[in-house]
Design a protein around this ligand. Sequence first.
Ligand code: PLP
Length: 261
Amino acid sequence: MSISKALTIAGSDSGGGAGIQADLKTFQELNVYGMSAITAVTAQNTLGVHGVFPLTADAVVQQIEAIGSDIGADAIKTGMLFNSEIIEAVSEQIKRFNWSKVIVDPVMIAKGGASLLQDEAVEALKNHLLPLALVVTPNIPEAEVLTGLNILNLDDRQTAAKILHSFGVKNVVIKGGHAENEEQLVDLLFDGTEFSYFTSERIHTKNTHGTGCTFAAAITAEIAKGKSIYHSAETAVAFIREAIKEDLKLGQGHGPTNHWA
Ligand code: PLP
């Protein structure tokens, strides 16, 4: 049996809703063998992030080396990277192993407000990691930080996608879920030439913890299987909708969005 393999380089969410845990569950759901390099441990539940404990860049490098030198990976996803030292070390490893199918979820702030990326690290993300990325998947606030734009409408999102593409990333997916007043959500894909749009009705629920991680992990799984960017994004949009609809209703705060077969 030959199986596609994906590596997530991200933070651990003890509550199981986001981060490494969401990524591995999503890979498994989509029939991809999941591996992880943990960048930081968070003490977290549906009520919020209660502690953040970053690992050293060396600890992150050793985990990646262990995978790259033995099992290998068909696609790589990055999530919470926390600081510029980790970002630069991860970028070096991606180059060293010649990994081209790299999906960057530019995780910055948890829904409860906890910082998952230090301010000093935004430039490192732009300068070191985005030029190596096949796909970047910001939400609207993350796209604003990366581009410096104030994104109010779809036109602004198109402009942001072009700016992000100019940083060297080949495909840009800007997720529409944070456009507060829109009932029709539009997730946008820009491949450097054309825009594609995935439109869906908003699902009203407070249980959306980990949607960003799960969405990017679904794209990564499909890309690991050799699918096109368009197919991967389309599958991820459908996958995350199903997961949000399922609504596991766990915990007292923002419950997890894990897909449940
Ligand atoms: N914790 C970790 C480790 C994450 O990677 C993320 C998101 O990417 C979060 C928490 C935040 O998840 P949410 O904003 O969906 O609550």
